[in-house]
Design a binder for this molecule. Structure first.
Ligand code: MSP
Length: 510
């Protein structure tokens, strides 16, 4: 049995979610839904990163204990996947007892691995609370963290360090595999960082009451990244009570992340795993930023595109999912604008797909009273168009090409629209001698739409179900059904109601 385990980063809860967080979560869900269609046992993990200093600061500013604060705000983070049509197999919180226990065991395993990988030293240097990361002078621009546009804080404290420098060769060996990190240019970025020489880093913080206590020195807490990264493994130990899923899913672990957290995932995390005696993940994919102007969309930069949940209220989860996958080539940076969402909603979802369904069903209802028998034909142009689709889309999604796979499906949507125009069923309907021809054209269009609906199900789960229903086709999403000639006979089919009706939008633009 082939399996698939995919994770999103766990999000900081110092604020409520924005579209950048929705982006990674939607992408992960598309990949997992697709793998399920191919019969793979899959597991999707997402959740929240609670033990950050910035979280403790926001709590203090609101006069709350950190735990009290996170217990409140976590609800808006749980709502995010649910509203986007995403149902994770587990939603992790780093304040879960199961996670805390596992992080302590994990750090203990490293300390006792016989290689002296954890030692005590004094850290004196800069710390950016936005990144929750130690910074060197040369990472700053005009004395500020370029990511958050703030001056880092000076820190001097006695910490526990991890001997990252001892892992250079073993890390480089992972990069011998061409697809350990995708896209390739990100693998090169991580590789050159490793080649430039690795510095040991602090895995604990002193004088911070909020966090997971270091088991052998409870006055210190785990550095937030040494706590958060471990979630990908810890979740598997307690997500299902009485069951340990590590053996089942860890060997097929894949992480999705934004490019901002490449080093933590592609360098620190595999080294920590090796030190603790675990295999590194199978694969990592780093996507780019959704931008507003030339800056990353971010709450701290205050350049927000509308709240993702408002967009869902207005356009529906499918439209937001579609926009995430389609408006920016996955892996690259790109502009996320509400205008772009509206435009795609109307032109692509409304016209290309929605009108196609309305036209095809209306023609079957009108010219055939809603009844149609299967009439596949090996030399139909639609057969040729549909034949390579399943493999093409699957290959792209296996490579995390979220945007390319969707474009491949859209080529078929456009081809079906052209087929309507070129065969002009309204002309055929005028000529009784061409009744068979009309049957074939209508049946091909019905079958083509059925295939498109199944191929799109990972992206547009709601619309896909509605299309199959409107076409009176079984709701099965099995990937083997993405093939020509499998539509079932229909009886009493009626013209479909608009799939993506017009939306009158209030002022949601930035
Ligand atoms: N808590 C850490 C991750 C720990 S994972 C073990 C963190 N959290 S975060 O909330 O700041 O951001 C997490 C992720 O949100 C980013 O890596 C990225 O996946 C996503 N994004 C946040 N803003 C984004 C954009 N503007 N554009 C695209 N994705 C962005 O880092």
């Amino acid at each position: 049995m082939e399996r698939f385990y995919l994770t999103t980063p766990i999000y900081y809860v110092n604020s409520t979610p924005h579209i950048g967080h929705a982006y990674t979560t939607v992408a992960a869900d598309v990949f997992v839904r697709h793998q399920r269609q191919r019969g793979r046992e899959s597991f999707l993990l997402t959740g929240v990163d609670e033990h950050a200093s910035k979280v403790a600061r926001v709590a203090a500013a609101q006069g709350l204990e950190p735990q009290e604060y996170v217990d409140g705000i976590v609800e808006s983070w749980r709502a995010l996947p649910a509203r986007l049509g995403v149902s994770p197999d587990f939603f992790i919180r780093t304040s879960d007892e199961g996670h805390k226990r596992f992080v302590q065991e994990f750090l203990e395993r490293i300390r006792q691995n016989g290689r002296d990988d954890i030692y005590q030293d004094v850290y004196a240097g800069l710390y950016c609370v936005g990144c929750e990361a130690f910074k060197t002078e040369d990472e700053l621009v005009d004395g500020k963290c370029p990511e958050h546009d703030v001056e880092p804080e000076w820190i001097e404290e006695r910490n526990w360090f991890f001997r990252l420098s001892a892992y250079q060769e073993r890390l480089l060996a992972l990069y011998e595999r061409h697809d350990f990190v995708l896209p390739a240019f990100r693998a090169n970025e991580a590789r050159s960082f490793i080649e430039s020489g690795l510095q040991d880093f602090s895995i604990s913080r002193a004088g911070q009451p909020w966090g997971i206590p270091i088991p052998w020195d409870p006055d210190q807490v785990a550095y937030v990244w040494a706590d958060a990264l471990v979630n990908y493994l810890s979740a598997l130990t307690y997500a299902r009570s009485g069951e340990d899923l590590v053996e089942r899913f860890w060997p097929v672990a894949r992480h999705l992340l934004g490019k901002d957290i490449l080093r933590f995932h592609c360098v620190y995390w595999p080294a920590l795993l090796l030190a603790a005696g675990y295999e590194p993940p199978q694969q990592l994919f780093a996507h780019g930023y959704l931008l507003s102007g030339d800056r990353k969309v971010s709450k701290s930069l205050g350049n927000l595109v509308a709240d993702p949940l408002d967009l869902v209220d207005l356009y529906g989860a499918d439209a937001v999912r579609f926009w995430c996958a389609r408006s920016v080539s996955f892996g690259q940076d790109g502009i996320a604008s509400v205008d772009g969402l509206r435009e795609r909603y109307e032109r692509e979802l409304g016209n290309d797909l929605g009108n196609l369904l309305s036209r095809v069903t209306a023609m079957i209802a009108r010219y055939r009273d809603g009844d149609l028998e299967p009439s596949p034909s090996a030399d139909s142009p639609i057969a040729a168009i549909l034949e390579p689709l399943a493999d093409d889309v699957a290959a792209r999604l296996d490579d995390f090409d979220l945007t390319g796979a969707l474009e491949r499906i859209w080529e078929v949507v456009r081809a079906l629209n052209r087929h309507v125009e070129s065969t002009a069923p309204w002309q055929l309907a005028k000529d009784d001698a061409r009744a068979n021809e009309l049957d074939c054209v209508l049946w091909d269009l019905l079958d083509g739409l059925r295939v498109v609906a199944i191929a799109l199900a990972a992206y547009l789960p709601e619309a896909s179900e509605r299309i199959l229903d409107a076409l009176r086709q079984p709701a099965t999403l099995d990937w083997r059904e993405v093939a020509y000639g499998r539509a079932q006979r229909v009886e009493g089919l009626a013209a479909a109601t608009p799939l993506f009706p017009r939306v009158d939008e209030p002022s949601l633009t930035v």
